[in-house]
Design a protein around this ligand. Structure first.
Ligand SMILES: Nc1nc2c(ncn2[C@@H]2O[C@H](COP(=O)(O)OP(=O)(O)OP(=O)(O)O)[C@@H](O)[C@H]2O)c(=O)[nH]1
Ligand SMILES: [Mg+2]
Length: 293
């Protein structure tokens, strides 16, 4: 008999949820950056072994809603918890436990979903600091086991996966075993472009940017031609994204093309077009079209 179920990843922005998802799935499903609130959509990553399948739901980091975008992100978290068989609560070992962690801990307790808590980034902590961080984590009072891990190196992740498998019910697989994500190709490509923007911009700009694939064209010679729009909110943001003489958009384009070629294992031509759409984060119609529910 196989086991299979949904596991919701909850945690503050930047805790390492997407890194952990990629680690457990064994593929780059979700983009990762050191900017808080990198993840905007509840992406599913699928990890399948002989007799179990975990469908991990990577959620946006929870914080107080500020606009239609963050409100939708918050609702996603609540909905996904309601549908989950288990939860994986990710704490950032590099930071003190804060109100954000307590807020999520309370939501997890209320949900009644069996939870495994991980203290992440212990590769950055010495032993005494790890011990202190583990005891503050325990004080959050979330039932279930607590593990120190490094999503980046993979240290400590295996026992977490074993325990999650015990928490999901017996039942058939929900995805074909060779499928690693529920994202469309378009969304995956748009995210890989956005990741390169996040890695190269600062402060408010990362949050102001969204990427949309306009056109995908398969050439006879095997080349994949991608045309994408990069949305900014203001003319000055557009100026930064384009860069002096187009230097920024070129750097983003080159790096994103290399990433995409690596992920798809084929030759790619990528064209980026930077556009302004004032207030897209409050534009419910555009958020619908971009698949941010
Ligand atoms: N040193 C170290 N860094 C890590 C580890 N896990 C994640 N990081 C880094 O932490 C940053 C945030 O990681 P993400 O996986 O994007 O975090 P997230 O929780 O998905 O963040 P949001 O999507 O913004 O909610 C990135 O720079 C990661 O490389 C870890 O185990 N050790
Ligand atoms: Mg993320």
């Amino acid at each position: 008999m196989t086991r299979s179920g949904f596991v919701a990843l909850a945690g503050r922005p930047n805790a390492g949820k997407s890194t952990l998802l990629n680690r457990i799935v064994g593929e780059k499903v979700a983009i990762v950056s050191n900017r808080p609130q990198t993840t905007r959509r509840a992406i599913r990553g699928v990890a399948t072994h002989d007799d179990w399948q975990l469908v991990l739901v990577d959620l946006p980091g929870v914080q107080r809603p500020r606009d239609a975008l963050t409100e939708r992100m918050q609702r996603q978290v609540e909905r996904s918890l309601a549908d989950a068989d288990a939860a994986l609560f990710v704490l950032n070992g590099e930071q003190q436990i804060g109100p954000g962690d307590r807020f999520i801990a309370e939501a997890l307790k209320r949900s009644g979903v069996p939870t495994v808590t991980v203290l992440n980034k212990v590769d950055r902590l010495d032993r005494p600091r790890t011990v202190r961080a583990l005891s503050s984590a325990a004080e959050l009072g979330v039932e279930g086991e607590l593990f120190p891990i490094s999503a980046k190196s993979g240290a400590g992740v295996e026992p977490v996966v074993e325990l999650l498998v015990e928490l999901v019910p017996e039942g058939p697989f929900m995805y074909p075993p060779d499928e690693h994500s529920d994202q469309s190709l378009e969304l995956q490509l748009a995210e890989l472009v956005r990741e390169q923007v996040l890695l190269r911009t600062r402060e408010e700009l990362p949050h102001a940017v969204e990427v949309e694939i306009d056109e995908l064209e398969e050439r006879d010679d095997g080349l994949l031609v991608i045309r994408a729009r990069v949305w900014a909110e203001t003319e000055s943001q557009k100026g930064i994204l384009v860069g002096a003489g187009g230097s920024m958009v070129r750097a983003v384009g080159t790096a994103a093309r290399k990433e995409i070629e690596g992920v798809l294992d084929r030759r790619v031509h990528l064209e980026l077009n930077v556009r302004v759409r004032k207030g897209w984060r409050r534009d419910e119609g555009l958020l619908d079209r971009l698949g941010i529910e």
